[in-house]
Design a protein around this ligand. Sequence first.
Ligand code: ARG
Length: 396
Amino acid sequence: MRVVLAYSGGLDTTTCIVWLKEKYQAEVITVTVDVGQEEDFEDVERRALKAGASQHYTIDAKEDFARGYIFPAIKMNALYEGSYPLSTALARPLIAEKVLRVAKKVGADAIAHGSTSKGNDQVRFDLTIRALDPDIKIITPARSWGMTRKDEIEYLRARGIEVPNVNKKYSVDDNLWGRSIEGGELDDPSHPPPEEAFKWTVSPEKAPDNPLTLEIEFSQGIPVAINGEKMDPVKLINTLNIIGGSHGVGRIDHIENRLVGFKSREVYEAPAATILIKAHEDLEKAVLTPRELRIKRMVEPIWSDLVYNGLWFEPARRAIEALGDEMNRWVTGSVGVRIYKGSVTVISRKSPYMIYSQNIASYDVGWYPSEEKAIGFIEIWGMHSLSALRVRRNAL
Ligand code: ARG
């Protein structure tokens, strides 16, 4: 049997290689998908081969991730439960698709991933694979082997396999769009996250004393330049992660409702996501009608829920995006944001499609409706409510 395994280089997936070979006498081919995680991919390959993989693939999917997953998320101002920019959740369907592609290419009998039965990721992987291939066998060693992390370390040691990251305190998943940190002391939500949990962001107290202003340019809802400098998507997001992180921007600590039946305390670092969504949301307010905005804000959380809950391939996601894309045609222009000791504040916005008009809005100049028009408007505007009050005033 030939199995293609989604391999991260960590403890669980390294154990998967050895376990798959022992349990199924399988040939194991590993695939690592580069979605912008901080990783030495050559070392990952070396570890995979040393643990017994027969072949290893590293696939650079950063650009696909930015254009096909992060950009739609920006257009939908995607924050699960108002807080989490969905970094891990967005990458899963892409990773599944890339790994499945290798599985088809090498004629694999099965596809394997290292998700446990406690997380959301198992749902995201399984359902994406099923959406793309209704038949391929899915093997999830970590759901069936019944080993703790300690047992896995023992298991590898007993077989003379190099154990990756034994000293790691937290379970971390990172990519271009953010870094998720779980486990260790973080499991106790009554305690603040220790400073050492963070890697991309300085603590706001240690951030520079001077605020920094950035001009972020959008074209049809997509960020294209910072301070006038055009950048490709990957560079733009990386740049904002570095700048934002150095000012303590993008730390998130919240209680999250997992898809799998329980609440968990989740800590994230997502400077670029925090800045870009804030800026994008603000620009929308300047260019969309109040009805457009109201409708869009109603469906945005539904989009985020679908992505969080492993339903990337649900047709409703595309339908919501079609609505969002239609409105994002006008989200072109630039937004000034000031970042300062962990905060992001929008301080200016410009757009050729601005519905806002200074001439109309200003108290000093321009348009004033006549007194007669204003009184007539108010009278008719209030009619429904005032009529109801008249009927009800004496009723009870
Ligand atoms: N709670 C987040 C999600 O479900 C992040 C999971 C991250 N995984 C991890 N091993 N740290 O998308």
